[in-house]
Design a protein around this ligand. Structure first.
Ligand SMILES: Cc1cc2nc3c(=O)[nH]c(=O)nc-3n(C[C@H](O)[C@H](O)[C@H](O)COP(=O)(O)OP(=O)(O)OC[C@H]3O[C@@H](n4cnc5c(N)ncnc54)[C@H](O)[C@@H]3O)c2cc1C
Length: 210
């Protein structure tokens, strides 16, 4: 939802994690100019069955921004899974959410969907030039080479993270804060977390070996 009357810093994105805020997902506060912010959350679908996303969001907003006014709101589902097994069939190609091209960790699907669309468009143009519909199968190969393989890894990381309790997440954040800023990448944080908490290896191994 877009809120006005909120006290946010222009150049800071806030993320909140934890069972009380957004189990299996995260809550974001993105500044959108003076006193305005996009405040939203995503949570695992199994958790949403127990308590709705909008309830979590209202509780957070009432606590954190009690004087805010809601300007707009939007809701929807995001497929945070691996890419669909088949994204090309005969003369049809799937791109974006329809192909499950969303980053499974962040739930961000705009850039990856555009990349999928770009690759799909290029391959379709080539297929027309070659007058060879079977060339469309190239799309699946190029997608997996460009991003699909990474999404498979991210999905496994997300599954590993889903076993962590709030205390473990707090410890990971403490470790990440000790990293120099340029090393606070997903991979960097993950490596540091493993280094500082070797017991995590069991959860991670369980996911990657399965
Ligand atoms: C609340 C929320 C917040 C999000 N925030 C972010 C974010 O910050 N960053 C990010 O990267 N991603 C975000 N996402 C995910 C992102 O929005 C999607 O991954 C992305 O928009 C997918 O693009 P798409 O083109 O595949 O599908 P869509 O954007 O869903 O586009 C599909 C279009 O097809 C139209 N359509 C559907 N059926 C038909 C039909 N039968 N005939 C004609 N048209 C039809 C729809 O109206 C829609 O316009 C968010 C998602 C939600 C729900």
């Amino acid at each position: 939802m877009t809120l006005s009357g909120v006290d946010v810093e222009d150049d800071v994105l806030d993320f909140y994690f934890g069972d009380n805020v957004s189990p299996g997902g995260y809550l974001w506060v993105f500044p959108k100019g003076k006193d305005t912010a996009n405040v939203g959350l995503g949570l695992a679908v199994e958790e949403a069955k127990k308590k709705s996303a909008i309830k979590y969001l209202h509780e957070f907003v009432e606590k954190k921004f009690p004087k805010a006014a809601m300007l707009t709101h939007i809701a929807g589902g995001v497929p945070c899974a691996k890419t669909c097994d088949e994204i090309v069939k005969e003369n049809v190609i799937l791109v974006g959410d329809a192909a499950h091209q969303v980053n499974p960790v962040s739930g961000g699907g705009i850039i990856s969907g555009m990349i999928g669309g770009m690759i799909g468009g290029q391959v379709a143009a080539e297929a027309i030039q070659m007058d060879k519909i079977s060339h469309l199968s190239e799309y699946d190969k190029r997608w997996h080479k460009r991003l699909g393989w990474r999404h498979d890894v991210f999905y496994n990381i997300k599954t590993a993270i889903s076993y962590f309790d709030d205390k473990t997440l707090d410890n990971i954040c403490d470790s990440a804060l000790r990293l120099p800023e340029e090393k606070r990448t997903l991979g960097g944080i993950f490596r540091t977390a493993l280094w500082n908490q070797p017991s995590m290896l069991i959860d991670v191994a369980r996911v990657f070996v399965s």
